[in-house]
Design a binder for this molecule. Structure first.
Ligand SMILES: [Zn+2]
Length: 161
């Protein structure tokens, strides 16, 4: 078991980080009761999540920034998630690593799986949508790579040869 998991530091706009209040991070999903309460609130809608540096799953409104959900701290993964009812309790409907603030790699899945296991949320053993991120060598904008297209969305620099 590889327990040396990569931590991701927030790399988004500093003005966003400045608005974060570490006392108001996301809702910890660490028990069946906590997940029930969150699912009653979120329904089937996607929400923002992070796995904090301690491996705890934190959930927040979809409109929330990942950095706010994390209280400004480092994360093991981050993205969007939605839940559905399972035979017993709750299961993941959709889960991604889509967070431009932290840009977690698809390889961060084991941290998400461990946090879901801890929360008692069933899952299918992987992201339902996994994204690759790449920082543009020209303008340093963080790009979400779609369909293998590495062209920068900001400066439109072509991908390096
Ligand atoms: Zn660029």
């Amino acid at each position: 078991m590889d327990d040396v998991r990569r931590r991701y530091r927030y790399g988004g706009p500093p003005e966003l980080l400045a608005t974060v209040d570490a006392r108001h991070r996301g809702q910890p999903l660490d028990s069946a009761a906590a997940v029930d309460a969150w699912a009653a609130y979120a329904g089937a809608d996607p929400f923002t999540y992070v796995v904090d540096a301690d491996g705890l799953l934190l959930a927040a409104d979809r409109r929330s920034e990942h950095v706010a959900c994390a209280g400004g701290g480092d994360v093991l993964s981050a993205g969007e998630m939605s839940l559905r009812r399972a035979d017993a309790g709750w299961a993941v409907a959709e889960v991604s690593n889509q967070s431009t603030g932290y840009a977690p790699e698809p390889a961060s899945w084991p941290a998400v799986a461990a946090a879901l296991d801890r929360a008692g949320i069933a899952h299918r053993g992987g992201f339902t949508a996994a994204f690759e991120f790449r920082r543009c060598p020209g303008c340093a904008e963080l790009n979400l790579v779609k369909d293998g297209d590495y062209t920068c969305c900001l400066c439109e620099a072509p991908p390096p040869a």
